[in-house]
Design a protein around this ligand. Structure first.
Ligand SMILES: NC(=O)c1ccc[n+]([C@@H]2O[C@H](COP(=O)([O-])OP(=O)(O)OC[C@H]3O[C@@H](n4cnc5c(N)ncnc54)[C@H](OP(=O)(O)O)[C@@H]3O)[C@@H](O)[C@H]2O)c1
Length: 260
């Protein structure tokens, strides 16, 4: 029986890259999306190919910011696969408009906190309870993991999108909290912290980042790709870090380094 992963926001971008890498290592997948059903089905079909037709992938629409949708999503995994080995909290949004912190409104703040922080916080709570039940029922072969996709914005102050930065700083703490609480149950929790990654989210600022990267923003002078994040998740999924939890894995081309 294949292990099972639930990836939120896997219709596009980083989530799709993660799904693909997990398919390659033999995970069955639940591909969650918010509104883009065609893209989610495309991820599913690509993953089945990447998994050499030996994996099963299903799509499930759910808005992670809505409590009833989170319950339905977890119930979908339970009914479809009967188990869950890996939760990847990836779904996230940027502000619709970048606005100066002295001007930005509450509507954008509430939207970002609800999707980027409250959604994964309570989805993880639901999944963690179920994983604890599963650890009691299953043998020692069951080694569940939870991954949280944060951002370099967890510690980098961009005062034209403070709402986004605050939401990502929040999920960074969330990873530590769940890591501390779940270790006794053998459930490991990791924060994966992407740098600048080429997706729809960064499309509108491509020219700006092209110039910054060429000018030395990151020691590794290239855009990150969704697969770069996918490979880090695959390392966690393969249990390659069994004595670590609450760890921050920077996948940022070295952006976090201070140099002199
Ligand atoms: N790109 C970067 O440079 C970068 C850097 C650091 C961190 N990140 C983080 O990485 C994650 C993925 O970003 P990305 O660049 O891949 O973004 P993206 O290309 O815009 O894709 C966003 C994904 O999230 C889904 N989504 C949005 N709102 C949702 C909701 N309420 N419920 C469920 N799913 C929802 C979207 O589904 P639909 O297709 O249905 O809309 C889509 O699959 C985010 O958490 C982001 O903050 C990105």
């Amino acid at each position: 029986m294949n292990p099972v992963a639930l990836i939120t926001g896997a219709s596009r971008g980083i989530g799709r890259g993660i799904a693909g890498e997990l398919a390659k290592i033999g995970y069955d997948l639940v591909i969650n999306y918010a509104g883009n059903a065609d893209a989610a089905r495309q991820t599913r079909d690509e993953c089945v190919k990447l998994g050499a037709n030996k994996i099963r992938a299903e799509v499930c629409q759910a808005d992670v910011s809505i409590a009833a949708d989170r319950l339905r999503l977890v119930e979908f995994v339970r009914q479809t696969f009967g188990r869950l080995d890996l939760l990847v909290n990836n779904a996230g949004v940027a502000p619709a408009v970048r606005a100066d912190i002295l001007e930005a409104g509450e509507e954008s703040f509430d939207r970002l906190i609800n999707i980027n922080l409250k959604g994964p916080y309570f989805l993880t709570q639901l999944v963690a309870r179920w994983m604890v039940e599963q650890t009691k029922a299953a043998g020692s072969g069951y080694r569940p993991k939870i991954v949280i996709v944060s951002s370099i914005s967890a510690y980098t102050a961009s005062s034209n999108r403070g709402d986004y930065c605050v939401s990502k700083a929040g999920v960074a703490m969330m990873a530590k909290l769940y890591a501390a609480r779940l270790a006794e149950h053998g459930i490991l929790v990791f924060e994966i912290r992407p740098g600048v990654i080429a997706t729809d989210m960064t499309g509108p600022v491509k020219a700006k980042y092209d110039a910054l990267i060429a000018g030395g923003l990151t020691p590794i002078k290239r855009w990150g790709q969704p697969e770069d994040i996918g490979r880090a998740v695959a390392a966690v999924a393969q249990d390659l870090l069994p004595f670590s939890t609450g760890e921050v894995i920077n996948v940022d081309g070295g952006f976090h380094l201070r140099t002199l």
